[in-house]
Design a binder for this molecule. Structure first.
Ligand SMILES: *Cc1c(COP(=O)(O)O)cnc(C)c1O
Length: 395
């Protein structure tokens, strides 16, 4: 089956969903799977289901499926917890690998939680660590030989600007630093070759392009050759070599399982497992070609028909992920007016209107229909309606 594969999703009528970069839509089969896990596995099997339904290995089985989408070998991806926690875990493990160095290098375009987690970790270890956040454009040249860890998000959540994973990883390694990539806006959005990049760690979430649903578990990758020496900062019992031996001392598992922490979220993991079925037979290069075509068409039409909007994403498709952003002074109100008319994107402070393009369920006709509505909202200033001016808690 080629793209799009809209039939695999439960999308509401009359909606053009351009927000899969924030929360992917509901894949068909996910609700039935949740129902089955709840009523049959949990309801009738009760605690036996840890064995009879093999709940205990579900994090690993789902991790293997994600690995296939990000160019990682089976057995190298652990799932669970949230992305914020996985950032902390990767960062703590990376710092242990360079005990003589004190600098964590990221950039000021990174998603705030990644930077907050780094700051929190620094205050916990309290050893004169420093978090440096130059601009994304400057970060490569800031990789010097006192940097312990380079921690970057590949695709910028606001602008869609994309870092060159292979080049920056190579530069980090040449300077003796450990590399961590956050794939929140990459996994399921663009082709990723983790093993080829040689990065030590990667982390990501599964509720964006992987359609795992709100609160779906995160994932963490560790390069296979370093896993046996990786020190899990968050040493939970399910990362132990033998959790049910109930030993007093911690002995990490000899596999990626050591990056597990506590009891896995079985219902969410099951939903994610079902959601991953939509990827069967998808060629990531073919997906990328479709994404670029949709984004190019969108940029071209919006720029010619809505001069009030200014492109905030890189113009060169090679430097852009799977989303297109425009700045507009009245962006929040305009986005509310669009959502009211069935075109769902989102808004990021201070003035960014964000549109995600996912060829799994968005095609050229959807993009053209969305553009017509955007033109109407902007040209006729429909966003001026007072009902679009009040900000909700989540934008
Ligand atoms: C979406 C996103 C997060 C969110 O972290 P959670 O712990 O899942 O809330 C973190 N980092 C980046 C780069 C993101 O895009």
């Amino acid at each position: 089956m080629t793209l799009p594969r809209k039939a695999l999703f439960d999308l509401p009528e009359g909606v053009i969903y351009l927000n899969g970069n924030s929360l992917g839509p509901l894949p068909k089969g996910a609700a039935a799977r949740a129902e089955d896990v709840i009523t049959r596995e949990w309801g009738s099997e009760l605690i036996k289901a840890w064995n009879t339904a093999d709940w205990m290995s579900l994090p690993t089985r789902v991790g293997d499926r994600i690995a296939g989408l990000i160019g990682a070998p089976a057995g190298s991806v652990a799932t669970g917890d949230t992305l914020s926690i996985k950032v902390y875990q990767a960062l703590a493990a990376a710092l242990k690998m360079r005990p003589e160095r004190r600098v964590i290098l990221s950039d000021n375009g990174n998603f705030p939680t990644d930077l907050y987690m780094a700051t929190g970790l620094i205050s916990t270890v309290d050893k004169d660590y420093e978090l440096r956040v130059p601009t994304p454009e400057d970060v490569a040249q800031e990789i010097t030989d006192n940097v312990a860890v380079v921690m970057l998000t590949q695709v910028d959540y606001r602008s869609g600007r994309m870092h060159d994973m292979a080049a920056i990883t190579a530069k980090a390694h040449a300077a003796g630093a450990v590399m961590i990539w956050d794939l929140a806006h990459s996994a399921g959005a663009i082709p990723v070759n983790l093993i080829g990049s040689n990065t030590e760690f990667a982390v990501g979430c599964t509720y964006k392009y992987l359609n795992g649903g709100p609160g779906a578990p995160a994932f963490i990758y560790a390069r296979p050759d370093i896993i046996a020496s990786t020190e899990p900062a968050l040493a939970g019992w399910l990362g132990h070599e033998a959790p049910f031996a109930m030993e007093i001392g911690y002995r990490p598992a000899m596999s990626t399982e050591r990056l597990r922490i506590g009891t896995p979220p079985i219902i969410q993991l099951s939903i994610l497992d079902a959601a991953l079925n939509v990827w069967k037979g998808v060629d990531m290069e073919e997906l990328r070609t479709s994404t670029v075509a949709l984004c190019e068409a969108f940029i071209q039409e919006i720029e010619s028909r809505c001069p009030q909007l200014t492109l905030a994403s890189p113009r060169n498709a090679d430097q852009r992920g799977s989303q297109v952003s425009f700045t507009f002074e009245h962006g929040y109100a305009a986005m509310q007016a669009l959502i009211d008319r069935g075109v769902i994107g989102d808004f990021r402070a201070p003035n960014i209107m964000r549109f995600g393009f996912t060829p799994l369920y968005i095609d050229r006709a959807d993009v053209m229909a969305a553009i017509n509505i955007i033109e109407e909202v902007i040209h006729d200033e429909l966003w001026r309606d007072p009902k679009y001016q009040t900000k909700s808690r989540v934008t």
